[in-house]
Design a binder for this molecule. Sequence first.
Ligand SMILES: C[S@@+](CC[C@H](N)C(=O)[O-])C[C@H]1O[C@@H](n2cnc3c(N)ncnc32)[C@H](O)[C@@H]1O
Length: 185
Amino acid sequence: MDKKIDDVLKKIEKLEKSQGFGSVPRSTGQFLHMLLLATKTKQVLELGCSLGYSAIWMALAVKENRGHIYTTEIDKQRAHLAKEHFSETKLNDVITLYEKDIFEVLANWNHGEIDFVFIDAKKEDYKKYYEAVLPLLKKGGLIVADDVGKFKEQVKPFLEKVNKDLCVVSQFLDVDDGLMLIYKK
Ligand SMILES: C[S@@+](CC[C@H](N)C(=O)[O-])C[C@H]1O[C@@H](n2cnc3c(N)ncnc32)[C@H](O)[C@@H]1O
């Protein structure tokens, strides 16, 4: 990896350690990066950007795949810092950051079918995000939801819904805070 990009990732890791902005651990970032490369994913939507840490990992893969990542952050201060990080990594040409509420972004979505969604915002709203995003996801697309092990109780309605849904297959991965992988048939 380019040293400048790794420096930005390390800077965000330090901020995470001292102030806790909710960034995924490095190993989850690496996993997302590898998954997007392996699936040759082009069109990514992230729900919950914070300082842009996971978005940078995914943007690295999407750039190689000649695709684009859209991400959302409602908190102005976090969005401002994320934008700085995207400029510093020079990945801003493959990232669009919406400083808006997730539901507003989804309601006005006009970028065609989505290949891959990363859910990492308010845990109690996971079920609503899933229901809103599923019709926008292509058949054969993937959803990865973070924190489903760590916040098991908060995401329970989401997990119950996924388990009942006949149009998807899913698998829990015990990586870091727990990832749910969902494939749309
Ligand atoms: C866990 S952090 C995201 C971390 C990021 N994915 C990473 O690993 O670098 C969740 C973020 O979602 C944002 N968020 C929560 N609800 C939101 C909403 N309705 N619309 C947009 N952003 C939201 C929060 O402000 C917070 O910064």
